[in-house]
Design a protein around this ligand. Sequence first.
Ligand SMILES: NC(=O)c1ccc[n+]([C@@H]2O[C@H](COP(=O)([O-])OP(=O)(O)OC[C@H]3O[C@@H](n4cnc5c(N)ncnc54)[C@H](OP(=O)(O)O)[C@@H]3O)[C@@H](O)[C@H]2O)c1
Length: 339
Amino acid sequence: MIKVGIVGATAYTSLELIKILLRHPDVDISYLGTRREGDFKISDIFPVLTNTLDMPCSQMAQDDLPEGLDMVFVTLPPVIAMQYVPTLLNAGTRVVDLSADYRFQKKSIYEKWYKAKHTDPSNLKNAIYGLPEIFREKIRTAKLVANPGCYPTSAIIGLAPLISNGYVYTDDIIVDAKSGISGRGREPTEGTHYCECNENIEAYSVGEHRHMPEIENILSLIGKSESKVYFTPHLIPMNRGILCTTYVKTKKKSSSKEIITLYNDFYSKEPFVRVKKNNELPKTKDVANTNFCEIAIRQVGERVIILSSIDNLIKGAAGQAVQNMNIMYGFKETLGLLF
Ligand SMILES: NC(=O)c1ccc[n+]([C@@H]2O[C@H](COP(=O)([O-])OP(=O)(O)OC[C@H]3O[C@@H](n4cnc5c(N)ncnc54)[C@H](OP(=O)(O)O)[C@@H]3O)[C@@H](O)[C@H]2O)c1
């Protein structure tokens, strides 16, 4: 049994973490830290937990976090997370950070896209990008795992078999993605206000979203050559779910069936990737509340179109974080994540 904490317990992703961890046989939820003052229980914040986890929350401070925890999930916003992570690591606690603060090994890329100085560069070089399908072996021994972004998870899992096999040109990758509103977090903003989002679909951060360099960075590592991604995210009026439609140019023409076989081989041992048959397409409904990523592939002329869907809060955040924890502790990878 390992002792696990959450730093940022009032976040959307924390509720998902708690639900998953409550199903996990080898985990004891031992600490729930928040910035909020006063005595309250986590079930006061998330009434769905009433009588299931009426555990008190603790007010946390950057340099005063509990010792004796085996691992902690950090669910704070980018820039804030790196203010807490060093204290945890110094206490010998392993960390899965759900923010973007440790996803780039190059500090300069982080600082350009997140418009903030990186305050913990010494831990950057030791962080492992927590995409199990690609980096499982490194995750096993990691002290600090940078859990991937939600759009990157969906896009990279969708592209990895083609990129790693050198099937496609990597300088012309178009990712058109749609996300439910929970992808923007719990704090209300004008852009996530019900009246603004309901009955509406809109693109945002066209060609300048922070997940674009993250996708490019990891694809460049997978393909061992520089990748250029043209990324357009959209907000759609649903609570959760991501659907990515990705267009790549192939170097040689093959059939959809051949490419599906390539994907089936690449992901044959993956517990959370489902490759659709030739006549099927992924839907966000089929992966909602699960840690699965579903993929369909079509060869159309000189391009391959890839459709990949995930639940942004689960495979795109909390579920993948627990999958990483399972790998780090040698637990069965699916523990807590299947129902
Ligand atoms: N939502 C997703 O689909 C998703 C997917 C992948 C990764 N992520 C990443 O995962 C992390 C959590 O996301 P989320 O959507 O769950 O966030 P969220 O619901 O917006 O919650 C953010 C949490 O951070 C706390 N917080 C905000 N500012 C703080 C500060 N200055 N000091 C201390 N605590 C602070 C909030 O506390 P209060 O409750 O007191 O405001 C809350 O607990 C973020 O880094 C996000 O980018 C999110």
